[in-house]
Design a protein around this ligand. Structure first.
Ligand code: UD1
Length: 342
């Protein structure tokens, strides 16, 4: 029976980019998405890039019966990349139960359906560098201690990893890889797919491109009194296509049975930190637009500095981020111009 990879949240930002890479590497995929934070038109974008119209099922993974039915209908599924989750940090503070129910309920339903399988199943989990909080050591290795989560969103990532670890010990057929993303930015160079934030974006790069497009009057820079060279926070901004490719490399490692443990963790970043002001300056350079911005007070919950030690991913996965900040920001701006018809 040919194998098929389930991509949950496959019409979302990282999910759609990963779907493209999977198809281009010859994988047959099944995309599941509830369309709560994505658009059905993304399917068309994936088809325009790859020439393949992926199979799609609209499904809310909180519905346990439907998840079981999906697995019963799709016996060829031999792996899953699980992106589907709520991801707004601020919202999670106001609606913690929604976040725990959705992010953890969905994960548990998938794992319960997978437990019925009697053959190896590869599961890749979308985690986040948020699990490290403000790491005492930089760059951040996978060995850095997990700090108490700053938000219910962050906590769902920590608990999600724990659930997967425990299940990888109890389900002999389950192989897990948890990928801790640093800050994904940019879009596919074809500008057929891209980030589509609903409402006012909370993340830096979509806010920058929307400000340049005239949707917001100005960008607020949250604090310039941090202990960093220019006083603004430092992050590791990784091009989403590089990030997407890491999933395919990880999946191949699992399929080839190369894991040294049935639960593996990798940081996915560039290894380089950039400050908020550096991102602004680089954006201004690639777009030719002077951004209107103000320095305002710090945002609660922000860490000062976070960038990845990518040695483990480089050496074990043989993967490395290739695109630089300029390329990523240019693709973010090209996408914004396309969707705003500028
Ligand atoms: C945020 C989340 C993190 C999540 C990640 C997903 C918080 C505190 N953290 O990370 O848990 O995994 O998104 O993408 O929300 N900035 C501004 N002005 C803005 C927006 C951001 O100055 O309008 C600054 C922030 O203070 C920060 C940097 O830009 O220093 C990056 O912010 P953001 O894109 O929101 O990412 P993180 O906070 O790193």
């Amino acid at each position: 029976m040919p194998s098929k990879i389930l991509v949950t949240g496959g019409l979302g930002y990282i999910g759609s980019h990963t779907s493209v890479e999977l198809i281009q590497q010859g994988f047959e995929i099944l995309i599941v998405d509830d369309l709560s934070n994505s658009s059905i038109e993304v399917l068309e974008g994936i088809k325009n890039i790859t020439g393949v119209s992926p199979e799609f099922v609209q499904l809310d993974l909180r519905d346990k019966k439907k998840v079981n039915q999906l697995f019963a209908d799709q016996p060829a599924l031999s792996g899953a990349i699980h992106f589907a989750a709520f991801k707004a940090v601020g919202e999670s503070v106001n609606k913690p139960l929604d976040y725990y129910e959705n992010n953890l309920g969905s994960l548990i339903h998938l794992l319960q359906a997978i437990e019925k399988k009697t053959q190896t199943f590869c599961f890749i989990f979308s985690s986040s560098c948020t699990v490290y909080g403000q790491s005492d050591l930089l760059p951040i290795t996978e060995e850095a201690p997990i700090k108490k989560a700053e938000s219910p969103y962050g906590n769902t990532k920590q608990i999600g990893e724990d659930i997967l670890y425990d299940n990888s010990r109890s389900n002999e057929f389950l192989k897990v890889m948890t990928l801790r993303y640093f800050n994904p930015i940019g879009n596919h160079s074809s500008i057929e797919i891209g980030e589509l934030p609903i409402g006012k974006p909370q993340n830096l790069v979509p806010f920058i491109t929307q400000t340049a497009a005239g949707i917001h009057q100005k960008l607020n820079v949250f604090g310039n009194d941090y202990p960093t060279p220019d006083g603004t926070c430092i992050r590791d901004y990784i091009h989403v296509v590089d990030l997407a490719k890491a999933h395919v490399v990880g999946l191949k490692r699992m399929i080839a049975d190369e894991q040294t443990d049935r639960f593996e963790v990798f940081n996915l970043g560039t290894g380089k930190g950039n400050s908020v002001l550096e991102v602004i300056k680089t954006f201004e350079k690639v777009s030719g637009i002077a951004l209107n911005y103000d320095i305002v007070s710090r945002r609660q919950g922000d860490v000062v500095e976070a960038y990845a030690d990518t040695t483990k991913a480089n050496q074990i996965l043989g993967w490395k981020a290739i695109n630089d900040l300029e390329t990523a920001l240019k693709s973010a701006w090209d996408w914004e111009k396309k969707i705003r018809k500028i």
